[in-house]
Design a protein around this ligand. Sequence first.
Ligand code: ATP
Length: 355
Amino acid sequence: MTFLTLDSLAKAYGGFHAVENLSLEVRRGEFLSLLGPSGCGKTTTLQMIAGFVEPTHGGILLEGRDITALRPEKRGMGVVFQSYALFPHMTVAANIGFGLEMRGVACAERRRRIDETLELVRLGGLGKRYPRELSGGQRQRVAIARALAIRPEVLLLDEPMSNLDAKLREDMHIELRAIQRHLGITTILVTHDQVEAMTMSDRIAVMHGGRIVQLAAPLEAYERPQSAFASGFLGKTNAIRGVVEKTNPRCCEVRLGATLAHVPHEGREVGKEVHVYVRPEKIRLAPANAGGIPATVQTRLFLGNHWMLEVQSALGLLRVSQPNHGASPPEEGSAVSVLWSDDDLRVLTAEQHHG
Ligand code: ATP
């Protein structure tokens, strides 16, 4: 069921279109990420939902109510900013209770809710400290607690984990997702980190140039990107140029150098140039005489839980990722054979590749 609707939202600054014709339906209790590179319009979109930026065009509906013109504090939304924006002269408890005080919640109830929220973000007992007396991770929890204390209908998160180190960030992904599920709170996260978006979200809206270019569940978005941009932004990939050689109603044959790949038809035309994508982890390396595409290992990097290799082949340089099962993959300079399953190939037309 749709809970929050963005209807043809747009924001222009002078002649510059930061967000264009953006429509999105967010379900109740859903965790949705706006994912994209710097400047694609993620924050502007979030700020329009929060009420800090006025749309040039379009509307925002919450449970069918038009809230486009409503003041931010009347929207019932909790916001966590990248900078956390804590009040330095107030204790942790006062920071968390601030929104409640503004809403006229009585003192005893305020205290109860502050304690409850502190427990929720595992900061029990730290209410009397000041922000300067906390670690970065703890400060971030206070910011989340402050947003949650008002029991918002929607939680808006603007890159809230970007100031944390990698290990802490990973822990927070799991923890924040658990809190969100526990409370069942509809959440929108702005991030440029595809791992963060994939770990936490029910759905990801991939943004590019002020528009949503793909909206899908994480696995679907990763496995079936609809453009070269989405493919490259959601993870590493190899792009190989090919030409459609034959089609039949169900499948088509794409020539990739000396190799023929059989891929789903999807409206391909004979003679058309296409780009075939294969993710590094979908490629297998076998001994040189194993019948795949001949290649030579050029680079081999050990990354702990996996190996990353670059192999030079007749199709160009290909990136290959192999899980670390204890044994080393072929050394640099080794002759190998590159294998994949045609089911793991994704094909985009030249227009989708460039678009
Ligand atoms: P980042 O991840 O770097 O925060 P973003 O995807 O969140 O990027 P936005 O902050 O939404 O991007 O900005 C989108 C575009 O709108 C950018 O090109 C930005 O320069 C422009 N922009 C944002 N705010 C304003 C403003 N107040 N005046 C003019 N241009 C703006």
